[in-house]
Design a protein around this ligand. Structure first.
Ligand code: HEC
Length: 267
């Protein structure tokens, strides 16, 4: 098992050239990101689009999302993302930001969730949902992650998320922990957080959604998780399914108390 990971890691480094050089260029990259952040995160364009979508009457019901309750009151976006995922009494479910927005789009605007669940990332209604995410998380930027785990359903999801995190599967017999349980681990030029620690969980959870400089795309946490399942060489998760929300509860709950940087900027 360890050997396989080492082989993958060594292979990855070999692709990018000598290790030291890769590290030096990564440091340069980070300087470039910091500069970019100072100049304004390109995710701002998505935030602006999201804000407009929030206020625009759309869908078969021709309604805005201004009555959407993200857990802190109808229409309130300030601080809402920092407290998600949470248990919602009206649906009887634990929902993350994306599944909750999807619920609002369906109930308020009449946009069928199936359209989003069966859609593609960055396209159609799922793409619009991502812009809404950008808008909402901006109103929790710099706030401390504060996920309430006291409800039994939250506890259940946390435990499920923890189990999934350590569950080995797929052709390579990888779990999330295979790539995310060591300090200072890198794959290619990317530093991977140690998600088994609170600080690492907060780094991972609290920096997505993010604008990805390498492909000029804005990715939500659902998108990030989908890509990690793919890297794990296992079945793709269904959009906003319980397994993705359970992993989110696990990471957010572990990262409680740390400040979120939303939206993030990534390689
Ligand atoms: C084969 C290795 C591998 C596996 C297995 C894997 N990941 Fe990842 N993960 C990565 C890589 C590489 C990145 C960084 C990608 C990038 O920035 O382009 C990443 C990034 C992340 C991030 C964002 C970290 C940050 O600070 O930006 C989170 C959160 C995450 N993974 C969670 C998971 C979860 C949950 C699982 C299990 C379902 C998982 N990963 C499985 C390789 C893996």
């Amino acid at each position: 098992m360890k050997k396989t990971i080492m082989a993958v890691a060594i292979g990855a480094v070999a692709l990018t050239a000598p290790n030291m050089q890769a590290m030096a260029s990564e440091d340069l990259n980070f300087d470039a990101y910091r500069q970019m952040l100072a100049d304004g995160n390109p995710a701002e364009l998505f935030e602006m689009e999201g804000e407009e979508l929030w206020r625009t009457a759309r869908g078969p019901k021709n309604a805005t999302l201004e009555q959407c309750d993200l857990g802190v009151g109808a229409g309130v976006v300030d601080g809402a993302a920092a407290q998600l995922p949470r248990f919602f009494a009206d649906t009887g479910k634990v929902q993350d930001l994306e599944s909750r927005l999807m619920h609002c789009m369906e109930t308020l605007q009449g946009i069928p969730s199936a359209e989003i669940i069966n859609g593609k990332f960055r396209q159609g209604e799922r793409g619009k949902l991502a812009s809404l995410v950008a808008y909402v998380v901006t109103h929790s930027n710099g706030k401390k992650v504060q996920v309430d785990l006291s409800h039994p359903k939250m506890k259940e999801m946390y435990d499920m998320g923890e189990k999934v995190f350590y569950y080995r599967t797929g052709a390579m017999d990888f779990s999330c922990a295979s790539c995310h349980s060591q300090d200072g681990k890198r794959i290619r030029a990317t530093q991977l957080p140690n998600i088994t620690t609170s600080k690492g969980a907060a780094e991972g959870w609290g920096s997505w959604p993010a604008y990805r400089v390498s492909n000029s795309q804005f990715w939500t946490m659902q998108h990030r998780l989908w890509d990690c399942f793919r890297q794990q060489r296992t079945a793709e998760p269904v959009f906003a399914s319980d397994v993705t929300i359970a992993l989110s509860v696990f990471m957010a709950g572990k990262g409680n108390g740390y400040e979120a940087v939303w939206p993030g900027v990534k390689r």
